[in-house]
Design a protein around this ligand. Structure first.
Ligand code: SF4
Ligand code: SF4
Length: 177
């Protein structure tokens, strides 16, 4: 009996001095794998132009029918989305949209937590998705960084940073008028 108690206490004592494996959530964010598929964002080229060319591939491939796109043509003949919406309630975060995109425009970032109080707030507009792009995907990187290796630039964002980005969301392109 005493032996078993001492054995149990020794295990407790052993783990007491080992590094903690539990996370201090929500005080500290979850640690996710670099390959984690979280909240999406839309990327820009280093010149600031949206990467999305409104080819509709992501909408077609989406198994949850979560993406809605409407598009127009610019005077120079290129296409761009006038509307790009993702319904995050429907989304199953499979990553098919990112895989299908020929422009590396739609990317699943590593933001895990984005709760809202209403369903409406889970419908992400194009402006919101563009504003969510982290440094390196928002058109501020040097041209040589525009590679087809999107994960290299992903960094977790704090909620306050995301709010700032959305507040500073860009106005619609001039070509639309
Ligand atoms: S991650 Fe999957 S379910 Fe979500 S929008 Fe992309 S293709 Fe659709
Ligand atoms: S995000 Fe990519 S796949 Fe989707 S419409 Fe734009 S360019 Fe095409």
């Amino acid at each position: 009996m005493i032996t078993e108690i001492l054995k149990g206490l020794s295990i407790t004592l052993d783990y007491f001095f080992k590094p903690k494996v539990t996370e201090n959530w929500p005080a500290e964010p979850h640690k996710v794998s670099p390959r984690f598929r979280g909240r999406h964002f839309l990327a820009r080229y280093s010149g600031g132009q949206e990467k999305c060319v409104a080819c509709y591939l992501c909408q077609q491939v989406c198994p949850a029918k979560a993406i809605t796109i409407e598009s127009e043509e610019r005077p120079d003949g290129t296409r761009y989305p006038t509307k790009y919406e993702i319904n995050m309630i429907r989304c199953i975060f499979c990553g098919y949209c990112q895989d299908a995109c020929p422009e590396d425009a739609i990317i699943l970032g590593n933001t895990l937590e984005f709760p809202t109080r209403t369903r409406k707030e889970m419908i992400y507009s194009k402006e919101m998705l563009l504003a969510l792009a982290p440094e390196g995907h928002n058109g501020k990187q040097p041209p040589q960084a525009d590679t087809h290796c999107p994960h290299a630039y992903q960094k977790p964002q704090k909620d306050s940073q995301v709010s700032d980005n959305i507040a500073k969301q860009p106005t619609e392109r001039k070509e639309k008028k």
